[in-house]
Design a protein around this ligand. Structure first.
Ligand SMILES: [Zn+2]
Length: 449
């Protein structure tokens, strides 16, 4: 059976991930993501109303025109998890394929919400839920799609595996090797080891190289949780304002913040549109059981009403968890820093960033600005209370050891970012150009003729 891989997006950048695998006549697409930074550098761009071709020209979504060179039928579109760089282009591209979107329940729910807010295209692909650990048949030629449970900075993340008669294709984006996650099951390394040994073994491993230049091991989410506990408990006696911010989609982190707020005698409240969206969705789908009186407010009016209540009843009784950890100009924390909300910061108030600055000039500039403005109001900053969602080098070694792949395709980085991974693979006996295939957006890699 011919096996071919199309590296469509995310091979020259972090963002707009998309890869297609053809096994004989059957094609499976993994991820259809958005590169948000390519959108945000333009003022007031509303992607909901934009045409795919314009977004492709901006470099915001994958240029999928190479799909016409792939001779087969798309059988499934498989996003690995709900981050925008993996699902953000589904509403712009999926309708061009006569295939269902297959993903875990939380991811499917986020895809559904995105399709509902789309204003340019009618996206009518079936949305099919499949849980981690489950499999489904793909096409009529002996291929099977399996979801292996992994751990990442969003719940319900999986690595899909396409089992073909020539061996397994393991799509490894995005994960960290977490044996003690705060929500959900640990990464299923046992299953990866089995896949590496059974049948024809692993024909190809497509890997998330985000942190491939970082030594050592990415800590568990439990480490970030204990760090956060240490910080919040240390300011338990403070009788002024404490505000926290983190990734809205990081439900495990939001859970820790909510619990520790309660521990130090403050009422937690989630503020900001995306805070309400992700936490509300996770609660509706029973991934988390927040206290019944936890307030979540997204709309401007209800947020301002909540801030007024906090100011009336005393800042020392509350812990607002807000959007804006990257200093995004329109996010809640930035509005608070500019004095645009009823919440007034005083000298000595604490602002806890449970996030790392995404190392990109726009983010760095905006975050610098937000911190400066907060500082001008007297706020004191705690930052970097965070662990990455991606494997460092030791995790990469462990994955190669478990899977023993014949071929490797590094992904989810630019050339510089991929370099650490190529070097690591060569140390393990692979060779670039022979069995390590460094690709670009829009390339085809023929693995089996
Ligand atoms: Zn991700």
């Amino acid at each position: 059976m011919e096996i071919e891989i199309a590296t469509i997006g995310g091979y020259e950048e972090v963002g707009r991930q998309m890869t297609a695998v053809r096994a004989g006549n059957d094609v499976v697409i993994f991820d259809m993501g958005l590169n948000l930074s390519q959108v945000l550098i333009h003022d007031n761009v509303e992607t909901e109303r934009m045409h795919s071709l314009d977004l492709i020209d901006m470099g915001a979504i994958p240029d999928d025109r190479i799909m016409s060179d792939l001779e087969g039928d798309v059988q499934a579109i498989v996003p690995t998890h709900g981050h925008l760089d993996h699902i953000g282009a589904i509403s712009k591209l999926a309708h061009r394929y006569d295939a269902p979107v297959v993903a875990t329940p939380f991811t499917i729910e986020l895809v559904k919400q995105q399709i509902e807010s789309e204003q340019k295209f009618g996206v009518e692909n079936d949305l099919v839920k499949m849980d981690p650990g489950e499999s489904m048949t793909i096409g009529d030629h002996g291929c099977e799609l399996e979801f292996v449970n992994v751990t990442h900075s969003i719940i319900d993340a999986i690595n899909p595996v396409l089992h073909t008669p020539e061996g397994a294709i393991v799509y490894g984006l995005d994960k960290r090797m977490d044996h003690t996650p705060v929500i959900g099951d640990p990464i299923d390394m046992k299953r990866f080891r089995e896949i590496g040994r059974e049948g024809e073994g692993v024909l190809c491993y497509i890997e998330d190289c985000t942190n491939a230049n970082k030594k050592g091991r990415t800590p568990s989410e439990n480490v970030a949780r204990e760090h956060l506990r240490d910080v919040l408990y240390s300011i338990e006696d403070y009788d002024g304002g404490i505000v926290a911010t983190t990734f809205s989609s990081h439900i495990a982190r939001v859970k820790s913040l909510v619990e520790f707020a309660d521990d130090i005698g403050r009422q937690p409240v989630l503020l900001g549109r995306s805070m309400e969206k992700y936490s509300g969705t996770a609660e509706r789908l029973d991934f988390i059981d927040f206290p019944s009186d936890l307030g979540m407010f997204g709309h401007r009016k209800s947020v301002d009403r909540t801030f007024k209540r906090i100011m009336n009843e005393g800042k020392e009784n509350f812990l607002p968890v807000v959007t804006g950890h990257q200093g995004e100009p329109r996010a809640m924390l930035t509005r608070m820093a500019r004095g645009e909300t009823p919440y007034e910061l005083d000298d000595g108030d604490k602002v806890v960033f449970s996030a790392r600055v995404i190392p990109e000039p726009t983010n760095e500039g905006q975050r610098y600005q937000a911190e400066k403005l907060l500082g001008m109001q007297g706020a004191r900053i705690y930052d970097d209370i965070h662990v990455s969602g991606h494997l460092n080098q030791e995790g990469h070694y462990a994955m190669l050891d478990a899977l023993q792949p014949q071929h490797i395709v590094p992904a989810h980085q630019d050339l510089k970012g991929l370099s650490g991974y190529v070097k690591l693979c060569e140390g393990e006996g692979y060779h670039m150009g022979r069995d390590v295939h460094v690709s670009r957006n829009g390339n085809l890699i023929q693995l089996v003729d």
